[in-house]
Design a protein around this ligand. Sequence first.
Ligand SMILES: Nc1ncnc2c1ncn2[C@@H]1O[C@H](COP(=O)(O)OP(=O)(O)OP(=O)(O)O)[C@@H](O)[C@H]1O
Length: 259
Amino acid sequence: MLEIRSARKVFYKGQPDEKIALNDLSLTLPTGNFAIVIGSNGAGKSSMLNAISGALMLDSGKILINGDDVTALPVHKRASRVARVFQDPMKGTAASMTVAENMLLAELRGKKLGLNRGLNAKRLASYKERLAALNLGLENRLETRVELLSGGQRQSLSLIMATCDQPDLLLLDEHTAALDPRTADIVMQATVRAVEAFNLTTLMVTHNMQHAVDFGHSVVMLDAGRTRLEITGAEKAEVTIPKLIGHFGMKTDRMLLAS
Ligand SMILES: Nc1ncnc2c1ncn2[C@@H]1O[C@H](COP(=O)(O)OP(=O)(O)OP(=O)(O)O)[C@@H](O)[C@H]1O
């Protein structure tokens, strides 16, 4: 469960170019809930994800994960609980290491280093099985350096790595925006499988209105640093792109193009 309580963050406070990124933003996401976050440019979506991951310290307010107050913890102290996949496929993986080594890194993240930390046959077999589920042929490229993979393969690997130790929270930061439509579909299918298999509490930021309609249990719309609307339950099940756009009056070119 994620609770954001009256989160506030102001950049350049008191200066002429002061920017209120988060304006007493509050949001509660029950365990296992998959929420799609939308909002126009500058609405505060990235700032919210940064605040949750610890990359952005709040001026005031609180962030609780499964009831624990993590507001003051830096990124590395939240890393075992919060996983994030970025828009840039280069960000989530170690380029000069092989696919198998990256999987091992992900498996050992946040764990105490013991003796059993090498690549062995059992581990390789389990990585192979998990990668095969993506249907991208990555299971046959365990020894390939990640820098030689396509953007879509890298992003899929990032997703598998982010979800392998079942984090308390999964943050998806426009993670399909840089991919071609077919690969974006594959990554979204893998996302849904991982979220459902592990019952992951998930926030997915997107400018793609079709994705906001097709995926998730709820849609959260941010505007000027706060939650403007939440669509849940039957209303979410029936929502359409025109309804979303009409509902919120969102008419940025980027959103219309993405739809
Ligand atoms: N590091 C920063 N320094 C100064 N201002 C910032 C910084 N990060 C965000 N902001 C400002 O905070 C506000 C919210 O930005 P944020 O990036 O969170 O919006 P967003 O909804 O993610 O936008 P986009 O869809 O364009 O990515 C904007 O006015 C932005 O200019």
